[in-house]
Design a protein around this ligand. Structure first.
Ligand code: ARG
Length: 279
């Protein structure tokens, strides 16, 4: 791997931590309904191309030394490839998703059943609407939680009570960035990158206070879902089109690993959406 530029803040070389991810091959991927502004059923999408791009993402994780588990795709659930939405796992507990739209509702129990069968003894079937890691992003000392389009604030409270970690509510205001993970990504357990205009003024102030050293993305990088990135503390798997954001990651001492998930973006997803972290 290439030599990393030392970050501006003199933090030196970043270290990667091995992660466990859950993914779902997009065998039945399609754009047959529209539940976010990225989706156009008239334009459709190519499942074969989506599978090829997804395989590259999976291979990238394996090359970087991460573990990838697979959940079987279900016919008739075209968005199931977006595994991040299936749950939020923290400290060996899994908080299950309860999807907003009927088109995706069957995914919730499918993911929680997988988690129960694969080592999670404590799995909560949520009472309140929430879309897992689409709207919940865990840092070392807190969980950031989006609301405004999908996940209800009551779910933020439910997750805090079940997981025993502080949950910070952030309000999303731009329908293109309907999930928190389309507008913000975690970097090293303490820092984040985000697109400020996706958040309400109050939430922007909260983010500025919590993360004075955050990487701020410009609109054109956010608009190719550049913030839907996955970071292991050092490597950042990021949509290849987000060129200024990629430079910013590099400048801050991270190692950007560009991927092409353009076919999955037709449903409003990127690398992070395809990836549920198993903690
Ligand atoms: N079409 C899916 C939806 O609108 C995309 C989900 C993307 N996932 C994510 N974590 N942002 O629900």
């Amino acid at each position: 791997m290439s030599v990393l530029p030392v970050s501006e803040q003199g933090l030196g070389e970043r270290t990667a931590q091995q992660r466990r991810y859950l993914m779902c091959r997009p065998e039945y991927f399609a754009v047959t309904y529209a539940i976010n502004p990225w989706m156009d059923p008239a334009a459709g999408a190519d499942a074969g191309k989506a599978v090829a791009q997804w395989e590259e993402l999976r291979a990238t994780y394996l090359t970087l030394g991460h573990e990838v588990s697979l959940i079987d795709p279900v016919e008739g659930l075209p968005d199931m490839v977006f595994a991040a939405n299936g749950a939020l796992t923290v400290g060996g507990r899994a908080y299950g998703a309860r999807f907003t739209y009927p088109e995706r509702q069957a995914e919730g129990p499918t993911y929680t059943e997988w988690l129960r069968r694969n080592g999670y003894a404590e799995v909560l079937d949520a009472e309140h609407t929430n879309e897992g890691e689409g709207d919940f992003l865990a840092l070392d000392n807190m969980i950031l939680a989006g609301t405004g389009f999908r996940t209800e604030i009551a779910a933020h409270q439910e997750a805090q009570e079940f997981l025993g970690r502080p949950v910070v509510t952030l309000r999303l205001v731009d329908p293109r960035f309907y999930h928190l993970d389309t507008a913000l990504c975690t970097l090293d357990g303490e820092n984040v990158a985000y697109y400020p205009a996706a958040f309400s003024p109050g939430s922007r102030a909260v983010l500025a206070q919590l993360f004075p050293n955050a990487i701020l993305a410009a609109e054109r990088d956010a608009a190719v879902l550049g913030l839907n990135a996955v970071c292991d503390g050092r490597n950042v798997i990021v949509n290849a089109e987000a060129s200024d954001l990629i430079s910013a990651f590099q400048h801050h001492g991270y190692n950007p690993v560009p991927v092409d998930l353009s076919e999955l973006r037709k449903a409003g997803g990127g690398p992070k959406c395809c990836t549920l972290e198993l903690r």
